[in-house]
Design a protein around this ligand. Structure first.
Ligand code: ADP
Ligand code: MG
Length: 562
């Protein structure tokens, strides 16, 4: 706020120095310098008084002082302009910074369904490219947005004041009349720019989406010889992008010559009228400077308007992320969390991702400490069932109850603290193996991290890596095999040490021997906590207390050998 006020003051200094100081040079410094009889009569006495007071009455000194007055006006203008641009941009970029942070935080809180509906590249481009274009809008406009209107106002005010004092200058205002006419083409251009800006940003989104698909799936692209296909699509997008960009330039670059031609017409008209009235050279200078100075802000403001209209298009794209409705709201009054025992109950749960119902009235009760295997055909709804427990999705009807409380009555944080989940396709974050395991419970000690890795049967291969636990991995696992990645994810879940452990085909990528050993670790771990396995392996099923079979969205208890 302080910077904003300072920027405003600097802008006023700039505006007055430019709009009044420069045109009035011909009424102040110039007549003194040239000792022009006629002109000297019109020099404001205040100006003379001040320079006499500062520099003494000697004529030579007065001329020198008047000469120095010229750079002094430019100095005021320069310093004011610079500081105003800097401070205003600072205020603007700070606003963008917090806006960007807000968008990212919103993204973190969005429900899973938000990501299911959109291409990740498109979301990425909204978060990075669109906020980037907002930021460059601020840096492009921050300098002018306050300064230029002040220049315009002070220039016009100067013209009016002079015109009132001296009848001969009234025509100056005639030239000024062309200024408001310029508003119409500028508005029309702005509308075009908004539309084109939107097209352009949408193309950026498509390109980012497409590029990120290719980057994320290098293997598939090569295995199916998709290079040409993607190269073609990308080529088309790049061409469209260029075309949209060119269209933008077509409109933006039109503005400047338009304003100049209109300005020249106004100027010529003023001169013509002035010539008929025997205008003095000083007055001519004053009018010329003032008119020139009045058109410049109009031109700049026109440009600015165009840039802002384009920014609106980016803003609209960002708003999609900001305004996406939270389909999983936090409860207004979260229930006091009950003691964590690990009971899970589904009561008549129905759920659909879209049109088709995936869970069609599921009833199941899993007691604290039980180990339950979920089996059944692929697409039967096992993963969906598991996803309802941490409330990744909201039930359409019925309820999911953990330790006697509906999941909708937990704060999400509290609920998810109770659940350790190893998903079907575990993902590692960019960082070291150690950091990836530690994410399970950030306050765990090094010893605990190693212990979890040992139990997940991961320590062996981790220690074989050149840098051991400090080996860097990336989202796709880097140099790790699918089974190794899975074991790191299992170690992470083990470390979390939550009352409910869900493993979604979490050992599918392991060879028989490692699987048996991980399984053994899990069965140790399963003691005293509720464990839900999704599995195809008969050996896993044997370890379970119960087996739930999924078939077309319904769950039936299959007798287990216990
Ligand atoms: P399972 O894990 O038993 O193989 P899922 O629970 O993954 O089965 O899937 C059950 C059904 O829900 C399938 O028909 C699948 O096409 C659909 N489905 C799964 N995930 C999504 C999703 N994110 N969006 C839309 N449909 C989904
Ligand atoms: Mg599944």
């Amino acid at each position: 706020m302080g910077k904003f006020v300072l920027g405003l003051i600097a802008a006023v200094v700039f505006g007055i120095a430019t709009g009044a100081g420069l045109p009035l040079l011909s009424r102040t410094a110039l007549p003194v310098i040239f000792q022009d009889e006629q002109g000297l009569k019109e020099v404001p006495p205040l100006f003379l008084a001040v320079i006499e007071w500062l520099f003494g009455g000697d004529q030579q000194r007065l001329v020198l002082a008047s000469c120095l007055f010229i750079p002094f006006v430019f100095l005021l203008r320069g310093v004011g302009g610079y500081l105003s641009a800097y401070w205003m941009t600072e205020v603007g970029t700070r606003a963008i910074e917090s806006f960007r942070k807000e968008i990212f935080d919103r993204l973190l809180s969005h429900p899973m369904s938000f990501f299911g509906k959109r291409a990740s590249g498109d979301i990425l481009s909204r978060v990075i490219a669109d906020t980037g274009s907002l930021q460059s809008t601020v840096t492009q406009t921050g300098g002018d947005i306050i300064k230029q209107p002040i220049v315009l106002i002070s220039t016009l005010a100067t013209l009016v004041v002079v015109a009132i004092q001296k009848e001969g200058v009234f025509f100056a205002l005639v030239g000024g009349i062309t200024i408001p006419i310029l508003v119409f083409p500028i508005r029309a251009l702005g509308k075009k720019l908004k539309k084109r800006g939107a097209d352009l940003q949408a193309k950026v989104g498509e390109m980012t989406g497409m590029a990120s698909e290719v980057i994320q799936n290098p293997l598939e692209v090569r295995a199916y010889n998709l290079e040409e296909r993607f190269s073609g699509i990308f080529g088309n997008l790049a061409r469209d992008w260029r075309r949209f960009q060119l269209k933008l330039v077509r409109y933006t670059k039109f503005l400047s010559p338009l304003v100049e031609v209109v300005a020249a017409i106004g100027f010529a008209f003023s001169l013509y009228l002035g010539a008929k009235k025997d205008m003095s050279f000083e007055d001519f200078m004053l009018v010329a400077t003032a008119l020139f100075l009045a058109y410049d802000p109009v031109k700049r403001l026109g440009n600015l308007y165009g840039i802002l209209e384009q920014a609106k298009a980016s803003m609209a794209r960002v708003k999609v992320i900001l305004d996406a409705e939270d389909s999983l709201p936090e409860p207004e009054n979260p229930k006091l969390p009950p003691a964590a025992k690990g009971e899970v109950e589904f009561r008549d749960v129905r759920f659909s991702y879209g049109d088709e119902e995936v869970l069609t009235g599921v009833n199941a009760r899993i007691e604290s400490g039980q180990t339950v295997a979920l089996v059944g055909e692929s697409g039967g709804g096992k993963t969906t069932f598991a996803n309802m427990i941490p409330r990744f999705y909201e039930v359409s009807s019925g309820s999911v109850i953990i330790d006697g409380v509906d999941v909708r009555d937990y704060s999400k944080r509290e609920l998810r603290n109770r659940i350790a989940l190893v998903p079907q396709m575990p993902v590692l974050f960019r960082g070291t193996i150690y950091e990836n395991i530690l994410m399970g419970r950030p306050d765990a000690s090094e010893e605990e991290v190693h212990e979890a890795a040992r139990k997940a049967f991961a320590s062996e291969f981790i220690e074989k890596q050149e840098q051991g636990y400090q080996t860097m991995v990336s989202e796709r696992g880097g140099s790790l095999s699918g089974g190794q990645r899975q074991r790191i994810a299992i170690a992470r879940a083990f470390l979390k040490d939550a009352p409910i452990l869900i493993m979604d085909e979490a050992t599918s990528a392991l060879d028989a021997e490692s699987e048996a050993r991980v399984q053994e670790a899990v069965s140790h771990l399963a003691k005293g906590r509720t464990t839900i396995f999704i599995t195809h392996r008969p050996s896993t099923m044997e370890q379970a207390d119960r087996v739930l079979e999924f078939n077309k969205g319904l769950v039936t208890e299959r007798s287990s050998n216990g």
